[in-house]
Design a protein. Sequence first.
Lengths: 267, 246, 298
Amino acid sequence: MSCWDTLGAYALRSLGYGERALPTTDFTLCQQATLIGSGMIWNLYFGAVALGAGFVLAVAVALARTSDSPWLRRPAGWFIFLFRGSPLFIQFFFAYFLFLSLKGRFDWADPLTSAWLGATLVLFLNTAGYSAEIFRGALQAIPRGDLEAADAYGLTGWTKFRRITFPTMLRLAWPAYTNEAIFLFHATALVFVSGFPAIQQKGDALYYAQYFADKTFNPFVPYPILAGYFILVTLSIVGLFWLGSQRLNRHLPSPSGRWRAKFQVIR
Amino acid sequence: MTRLLLASVLALAAGGAFAQDVVRIGTEGAYPPYNFLDDAGNLDGFEIELGREICARAQLTCEFVQNDWDSIIPNLVSGNYDVIMAGMSITPERDEVIDFTQDYYPPTASAYVARSPDVDVTAATVAAQSTTIQAGYIATTGATLVEYATPEETVAAVRNGEADAVFADYDFLVPIVEASGGDLAFVGEGVPLGGGIGAGLRESDAGLRDALDGAIAAMKADGTLNALLGKWFPGEEPPSYDAATQ
Amino acid sequence: MLPDCSDPSALSGLSWLACYLTTGKHLNFYGSFGTVLLLLLVTAPVALALGFGGAMLARSRVAPLSWIGRAYIAVVRGVPDIVFFLFFVIALDQGLEYLRHRIKCPDWDGPVYRGSDFVVCDAAKLPLSNAPQWFHEAYGFALAVLTFAIVFGAFAASVLFGAMKAVPRAQMETAEAYGMTHAQAFWRVLVPQMWVYALPGLSNLWLVLVKASPLLFLLGVEDIVYWARDLGGSKTPQFTDYPHGDWRMWYFLFLLCFYLAFTRLSEIALDRLMRRLTHGQAIAGGEAQRKAALGGAA
């Protein structure tokens, strides 16, 4: 089987398309790279959905955390503490237990015990907890002058939030939030090793890497391949967030300027 | 390696003046009755008792060490211990990478356990531990395979209805079925997988393998291995070796 | 007073529980908390030192050194810790043994890799095969510390790198105007001031490190989660005097409380440290402290 055929047979194996049986003999580098790459689809899915949805919840929780009403502040504080203070795998464990007992009682809870929904939900809450803390710090660091200027212009409520508070918060939180995004994508590797089952050998990248490490008894090929994929993902996140920061800071006078930034890239 | 080889060969020949070199045996410590931790936190089980007896007969000083199952072979070939006794079935794939002694536990069937006796194991959802020969087998049947990271979770999956049946080593399932009080039962036909259980060694350690192999053969011949099997795998028909054929 | 635990099947209620919770296995479980805490306390300074070295390399003006520093940060930070732990310890162990092999047995002929076996001469073994068991365990512990430190060193390096850049330029320019050399300015002005910028990032890293401890078992250290899993799993009467069902829930609940309490304590301690570091610094926090002190005096 040429590498091209392998790609056709296994590129979408993690989603259940292509060859049913995983390779069992004569493992090639191409098979390992293809299947582990196929598993990365799941890691990207978990990471992207949790990060996107988590962002919205995180902003809401951060606002609740800094609000004047104790009825909003306290629960938000507990939420952040619970998800930041415990290891992710314990969260997976308890979530899986909870989902199982829900499943016994309600029909709608059926898909919760599958990784595609249940694990995403846990990752979503987890990243919301971490990001909310980052955003809380940023909200409190917004220069008072900015808010006073907004008041002076007669901005209130939603307009003030949308035009002043939110962009400034995002700008201040951006470096730390980039790190959180990286950590979240790394955390997606834990889904199938702590609680959630892999069905019909449809797993994430770590699942396939473990499969090959077990079959070839050589950890020095599949795990570095897996590491390489994650480095690519991490670099892409850093790149995307850098573009984001350019956009967020586009109105600010920059000492280095456009020309010098370009110059550095060329060098 | 040479010193180890020399020591074991000489120990056999000279009746054991060499005992200062320690043979380290890697095991998992989480797979009763083969190997597990007792209430005091010490290693116990069929393989622990067997290993001590083999070492006594081969006049080696042995020490058991615990290692995670996933990295148990890489750590052996890397030299972090010298022998694996961890309920490891002899398979052609493993035999390409490491050496095995003759089996000290005869080839047996892996079996299905379910809550309801009329589960069709070729079409049901079947739980197995990830990256085991059992998981590999289910993947080739018509059943839907669900893989869990630990054996504990595979049984739990049947209890809570996530899977219709669990497929695992017969002797691992026996005590669980007995303790379930009728809740769980064997279903379907057993499937013979693997070539019995043996001790794994580095391919470059032929001397040590011969020493252990000799001790196992002697234990088969004089019936002590059968006695050990009877002790750790009680039941109507405990696994045993026919002394005459050895 | 402890009840007589020789026949647990005759016990019930609280005395059964007291016996159950004091089995040797449970004592190992309690002991593993000490192991994990010790490992965290040893790892943190080592990781910080590696991070400091990495950050210094990364900002070096010698291009190759700077590349090494930046590559270390980018590569190690780009890989999930669990993936790193799955192959790095074995690689590290083989690397160390290979080095010793080259030094101790220069006239050994034959390859080190034979088929799939990795074979070095006996004198190069780490630890030596006749070393006592505690030495093997100590070596395993040291490897785990080093691996943890290399991973978290990369994160610390990126935090410290950022903190060094955050110290106002004017501070360094003033130092050089006073005639300090580059090295003097670095050690006397930049390093003392950078900590206040680094601390939020480092605190976060400490909390991440604490929560990475379940991965210790991959490195061969029997950590709290390993014992909780083993103790909590259902036990059949054939192998224990204390049979029970699946109790993982309770053990994990206990771990959850431990992690939450440890996080809370760490946060309090780090807050105090931050307040002390902010004192006298030319940033908003330091200014607020100064004003508060003035107000108090007046």
